[in-house]
Design a binder for this molecule. Structure first.
Ligand code: SF4
Ligand code: SF4
Length: 215
């Protein structure tokens, strides 16, 4: 019987304590954020959303090498000698066009190794990740700004140049091989070698003393 009253007291007291906490919160200031209309200010170092600023990217592939899971697909093309692509935040001239810069966020671990590896700081974190999607493929985000037809034109131009260079090299090699088949002409005597020839070769031979002539 005493156990019955003990349990009853325990139940009533725990409910009273719980309701007391609820009652106290009726008079405290609300901290609810009306997301998505309101957002919390994030800490400066929050790893929320990874973005790349294509203008500041030098296409060095450091981020790609640092990534442990292969999130990046990067394609670049060296600019022509007379092309001015501006300056990088590091103070160096930009020499590469960024043709493709994709990050696959289905693989990303949010480890931040790529951001640490980026010298120009073009790859950086920003505010909260709010890019929810319904299709996984949409989690592959592209950060290159060059239009697709321009990328295609530049790649074709580059391929043509490479093919022309390869053809010229092949023709040169062929010509060298053909020249190598012709009978070799005798080389003219090297005047320097001749000048430093040992004197014994030009001077008349000195007869060896005969055995026993010393006596
Ligand atoms: S945060 Fe880590 S996993 Fe994600 S892209 Fe950068 S290096 Fe790769
Ligand atoms: S994002 Fe940074 S590390 Fe990656 S290729 Fe561009 S400059 Fe290099």
């Amino acid at each position: 019987m005493s156990k019955y009253f003990k349990d009853l007291w325990s139940g009533v007291s725990s409910v009273t304590i719980g309701l007391g906490i609820t009652f106290r919160h009726l008079f405290t200031k609300s901290i609810t954020i009306q997301y998505p209309h309101e957002t919390l200010e994030m800490n400066e170092r929050t790893r929320a959303r990874l973005v790349n600023n294509a203008d500041d990217c030098e296409v060095c592939f450091s981020c790609d090498r640092a990534c442990p899971v292969g999130c990046f697909t990067i394609k670049g093309l060296r600019a022509a000698k007379d092309e001015d692509l501006g300056m990088l935040p590091t103070g160096k001239p930009k020499k590469m066009h960024l043709l493709q810069f994709d990050i696959d966020f289905t693989k990303c671990l949010y480890c931040g190794l790529c951001v640490e590896a980026c010298d120009t700081k073009s790859l950086h974190w920003t505010g909260p990740q709010e890019d929810s999607v319904f299709v996984r493929q949409e989690l592959v985000k592209s950060f290159a700004t060059m239009p697709a037809d321009e990328v295609e034109r530049r790649l074709k131009e580059d391929a043509d140049k490479k093919a022309a260079r390869a053809k010229a090299a092949a023709e040169k090699k062929k010509a060298e091989v053909a020249a190598g088949d012709a009978p070799a002409k005798p080389k003219p005597a090297d005047p320097v070698k001749k000048a430093i020839k040992p004197a014994s070769e030009d001077s008349p031979a000195v007869p060896k003393p005969e055995k026993g002539s010393e006596d």
